[in-house]
Design a protein around this ligand. Structure first.
Ligand code: UDP
Length: 331
């Protein structure tokens, strides 16, 4: 199988590309290096290009005889999307439409799409199943849900086969901490908390303690990036086994562990990993955040046989610490 990964030099995309390459797939990472890093990928698989470049996309899809597109590339910060929605509508929706059209024109009929748990309506307890109510609370989440809808419509009308993967909170250092998160600016909780023991920040700001959760801080499902990558391998392999059944032309999977942790629990677990106190400061809520996002991942486990290797938050954070300690300024 020949795979094109948009955003393949990013944090999640590169973790998936590395696993695919290890398993012998032919993989091309299509990335403009705006947010991604050449160093996150083995030599030879990067194609530098923009997602709005229809002619380059078409050329690559045809010349490399691509069978499957994995679509990781996107703007991903909830808070930024509230302040700069036009960037999100352009980078996420317009560029995804461009990609889908290039795929149809090149007769590439399989896509794995990186969606998000942020599309769901908030819940006060328990976990989310793929059929639960949708109510995106930020422009970021709206753009992801709109792309899901576009893919479903294209599947119905043009026979596109899809796997929509709704990620919960990807985190951790990949390959034991050899690779990791390096966003600029960093907005994600675990890398920001780790900046305290690195001496790069004095405290971690907590965005709100008045949520409808046990300790008042938001609850999320933190999934190790290598477990997330493993779900992609299984999802891509399911195209071959399931495609004969019409019902399976498209499937949606939650990708999470099923366990929720609050912001304060993440900070406490990080203190245990680094062996020191991490000062906190209570701040106002961040626009676009919701109380609780925890995956019901039974479909992923049952249909794709997935099981996380990391089922303990401290182990996950330890791999992130390994990465940040050895790369305090990123790649
Ligand atoms: N968060 C926080 N302080 C920070 C960064 C994040 O309290 O400096 C909270 C944020 O409000 C959310 C959780 O940590 O409830 C996870 O946020 P992150 O940005 O890592 O991922 P998201 O859930 O937005 O995808």
């Amino acid at each position: 199988m020949r795979i094109l990964a948009t955003g393949g030099a990013g944090y999640v995309g590169s973790a998936v590309c590395r696993q695919l390459l290890k398993r012998g797939y032919e993989v091309f990472a299509y990335d403009n290096l705006g947010k991604g890093f050449r160093q996150a990928l083995p030599d030879g698989c990067l194609i530098e290009g923009d997602l709005d470049d229809y002619s380059l996309l078409s050329k690559v899809l045809r010349e490399r005889r691509i069978d499957v597109v994995m679509h990781f590339a996107a703007s991903i910060a909830v808070g930024e999307s509230v302040e700069q929605p036009r960037l999100y509508y352009r980078n996420n929706i317009a560029n995804s439409l461009n990609l889908l059209e290039a795929m149809l024109d090149a007769d590439v009929k399989r896509i794995l799409f990186s969606s998000t748990a942020a599309v769901y309506a908030p819940i006060a307890e328990g976990s989310l199943s793929e059929n639960d109510a949708i109510a995106p609370a930020s422009p970021y989440a709206v753009t992801k849900h709109t792309i899901e809808q576009m893919i479903r419509d294209f599947s119905h009308a043009y026979g596109l086969n899809y796997r929509i993967l709704r990620y919960f909170n990807a985190c951790g250092g990949s390959n034991g901490g050899q690779y990791g998160e390096a966003h600029d600016p960093e907005t994600h909780l675990i890398p920001l908390v780790l900046q305290v023991p690195l001496g790069q920040r004095e405290f971690i700001g907590v965005f709100g303690d008045d949520y409808n959760t046990p300790d008042g801080t938001c609850v999320r499902d933190y999934i190790h990036v290598d477990d997330l990558a493993d779900a992609h391998i299984r999802a891509v392999e399911s195209f071959d086994t399931n495609e004969t059944s019409k019902a399976k032309a498209g499937s949606i999977y939650n990708i999470g562990t099923g366990t929720g942790n609050s912001v304060l629990e993440v900070i406490r677990a990080t203190e245990e990993v680094v062996g020191g106190k991490i000062p906190i400061k209570m701040l106002n809520r961040r626009a676009g955040d919701t109380d609780r996002l925890v995956a019901g991942a039974e479909r992923l486990r049952k249909e794709l046989g997935w099981k996380p290797k990391y089922d303990n938050l401290r182990d996950v954070i330890a791999t992130a610490w390994q990465w940040h300690k050895s790369h305090p300024n990123g790649y």
